[in-house]
Design a protein around this ligand. Sequence first.
Ligand SMILES: [Ca+2]
Ligand SMILES: [Ca+2]
Length: 249
Amino acid sequence: MNTTPKQTLILFLSSLLLFSFSKNWASVCPPPDVDDLVINEIAPRGTLLTDDSGKNEDWFELYNTGDESVTLTGLYLSDNPEDLQKWRIDTEFVLSPGGYALFFADKDPEEGALHTNFKLKSSGETLTLAANINEEIVVLDAVTYGEVALNTSYGRRTDGAADFVLFGEPTPAESNDNALLFLPPPTFSIPSGIYTDAQTITLSHNLPGVTIHYRDGGYLPDASSSVYSQPFTSSHNTVIRAIAVKTVT
Ligand SMILES: [Ca+2]
Ligand SMILES: [Ca+2]
């Protein structure tokens, strides 16, 4: 009589990596109106947001920190500090006080006036906002970022603030305030490997107050994925991925 073959269970566990970031500022006495503009959030690896063509394109967000409207028309954006005039905002665009302007960095300028002629490197680079003031190209804001994970963004911790964080829940054309942070990955209780029996998996994080989200099947989790609340058992071959998020306080 044949015995039932021993079932082999293979578990692959993975999590997201956090990379170091730096920032760079440049500002040379621009007029007070455009000086109120900042690059508020950058998504250089695409997010769940799609453009009119249905693609998950890179994007960035400008924010008017002032209490007066600012005309964006004629300003320049670039991902090359050696070519500050790489792309010009040609459309009529007035940004209200406290308003957000969203641009797709998809190298699809034929798709409309809000689509730049460059993409953003997911491995990191510098995005600049510049203006022609009295025939001099003046940098209004410059943000240098490092590698960013899929469906995360890099931005000011609160709108217009000087400190930057990674967001686990990007907020295109909406406030960064209270957005979920992207944190170092959770720890799995067992390593990836081949197991002969079902395995109970515990997820943990060394920071207090975080929420762990996970998905199996190899899919990248986000803030809408299952919330980890207690150890769970996996009895099939799968790839489990987890992230930790925390609300800005
Ligand atoms: Ca596009
Ligand atoms: Ca935002």
